[in-house]
Design a protein around this ligand. Structure first.
Ligand code: ZN
Length: 284
């Protein structure tokens, strides 16, 4: 378990075979998804413990959870965000679903994965409607890093970002901000953003269910414990819109993306990117 805390998403070993079979790739993807879920579970638990054991003033002084958005979202706007890509199995599929529905989204990418899959970065860029934002170099927990390592993580991640004129946006892995990181990001011209709605796509298993303790930690209502789409829709309705956190690498995200979008369109929501000026109050 301890190793999982320090493993970056990119630090997993590659498959040994030089010519991976489809089965091999599927196993690798499942393993990747499993490690990812473990990481987020650990991060959720740590946040919970920190909130229960540290005074709110201390957390504020340490800029611990500044990604949390305190203001309500503008009514009727939804910004879908896809973290932790690009992903060889899912990025193009997600782009396809977005294009079919003619809606934009924001991709928070990890630097090492951008370096590994430049063609996928280009595809997202070429899609025009979508926006690329930074999500660190190797997806560490910033709360456990020295200032020097934080600096490397941020700067190397930003170096992968395509040159462009639009708003520069950063999301910390697990939403774990620090005072040092915030100052450096602002100096680099970046705004920091978390999310209003956690889709909890990582918490729903392959059979489509969430364990009770995950449901509590992630805010999945009892009636939605077997209903990923229901959870996302209810969570958006509750806030009348908002920035929605999803992950490229989780099967649930892609499998139900069209359904989620259809339901929200039917509910009268308009889809935007996180650089929409109406979302400015949500950015720091
Ligand atoms: Zn992430």
């Amino acid at each position: 378990m301890a190793a999982l805390l320090t493993d970056g998403l990119a630090a997993q070993p590659e498959p040994i075979s030089s010519a991976p079979t489809a089965e091999h790739e599927a196993t690798h993807a499942a393993h990747h998804e499993y490690l990812h879920t473990q990481q987020i579970q650990q991060a959720h638990l740590k946040r919970l413990v920190e909130r229960l054991t540290k005074a709110p003033d201390t957390l504020r002084e340490q800029c611990r959870f500044e990604s949390d958005i305190a203001t309500p979202p503008p009514t009727g706007l939804v910004a879908l965000t896809f973290d932790d890509g690009p992903d060889e199995a899912h990025t193009e599929q997600i782009l396809k679903v977005l294009a079919e529905h003619d809606i934009p989204a924001t991709f928070f990418m990890i630097g090492v994965r951008m370096e590994k899959y430049p063609e996928l970065v280009d595809k997202v860029r070429a899609s025009k409607r979508n926006m690329i934002a930074s999500h660190s170099w190797s997806h560490p927990n910033f709360h456990a890093l020295s200032d020097d390592v934080q600096k490397t993580e941020i700067i190397k991640g930003l170096e992968q970002m395509p040159a462009r004129d639009d708003l520069k946006v950063y999301r910390y892995p697990f939403g774990n901000s620090t005072c040092f990181g915030n100052a450096l990001l602002h100096e680099q011209g970046y705004r920091i953003v978390g999310w209003h709605v956690d889709s909890c796509d990582w918490a729903f298993d392959r059979a489509g269910s969430v364990a009770l303790h995950e449901a509590v930690s992630c805010g999945v209502a009892a009636q939605n414990r077997n209903n990923f789409v229901g959870h996302v829709i209810d969570a958006v309705h509750e806030r009348h819109g908002g920035i929605v956190l999803m992950h490229e690498i989780h099967g649930n995200t892609l499998a139900h993306l069209g359904e989620v979008i259809d339901a929200l369109l039917k509910g009268g929501y308009t889809f935007v990117r996180v650089d929409d000026p109406r979302l400015a109050p949500a950015l720091r």
